[in-house]
Design a protein around this ligand. Structure first.
Ligand SMILES: [Cu+2]
Length: 239
């Protein structure tokens, strides 16, 4: 089947691009938690855009969720630390310390300057293309100005890559959300995680300072995901 063959070729090219992207991210970054900057300068999404143009255009073979799926398999076992499915389930349900969780309004308000969040990407049993935090779907997060925010991202999606980033942009987001979603704070972005493997679900921790009050959006930057609803509100309160 010609179309299938072309699809595999495209997936292969994307995987190659991913390896280059990954190499650039590893070489360019310091590797310390909170310093990830894969959306910044260097061989980031710009390379993707170049490689992807034409393949993804007009809802072509790599449109829809094909890109995220290609990334998921290419990155499997390459990024982050694996945790067990039981650990992931517990993290996705746990109420964060120092926070009040309002389930009726899907809002988590932190009273502490030491904000620690576990974020599950597209877990089983939840709506597809959403984040689960404290058992809620894409909840609004409210933190005080100056808080140190530690985010542990876990990819709980069996066949698709996801990341987590905080941006000053507001929804709706286009297919290539990462091209128009400036980072809110240095370090407030996690690299895209691959599919879970037999070793476990990939987990990655980033840390940043909520250094300016305002309304922000956390989102998944994998093409198409934020456009499908993979985002939530992040508010920094205080003068
Ligand atoms: Cu995603």
């Amino acid at each position: 089947m010609r179309r299938v063959t072309l699809g595999r070729l495209a997936a292969g090219l994307l995987a190659l691009g991913l390896v280059l992207l990954l190499a650039g991210a590893v070489l360019g970054g310091t590797g310390a938690a909170g310093s990830s900057s894969w959306t910044g300068s260097g061989p980031g999404w710009g390379s993707f855009g170049f490689m992807g143009s034409g393949m993804m255009g007009g809802g072509g073979m790599m449109g829809g969720n094909g890109m995220g799926q290609a990334m998921g398999s290419a990155l499997a076992g390459r990024v982050g630390q694996p945790i067990s499915p039981a650990q992931a389930t517990a993290l996705g349900a746990a109420a964060p310390a120092g926070a009040s969780v309002d389930r009726a309004t899907s809002r988590i308000t932190f009273q502490t300057n030491d904000v620690r969040l576990a974020v599950l990407a597209s877990p089983p049993g939840g709506p597809d293309m959403t984040f689960r935090i404290a058992g809620l779907v894409n909840p609004t997060l409210v933190v005080p100005l100056g808080a140190t925010v530690t985010v542990q991202l876990v990819n709980a999606d069996s066949d698709t890559s996801h990341n987590w980033a905080l941006t000053t942009a507001q929804p709706p987001f286009p297919f290539m959300a990462m091209m128009s979603a400036p980072p809110a704070f240095p370090g407030a972005v996690a690299q895209p995680l691959g599919d879970p493997t037999s070793a476990g679900l990939p987990s990655e921790t980033v840390r940043f300072t909520a250094s300016a009050a305002g309304m922000y959006t956390y989102l998944c930057e994998v093409p198409g995901h934020a456009a499908q609803g993979m985002h939530g509100t992040f508010q920094v309160t205080g003068a």
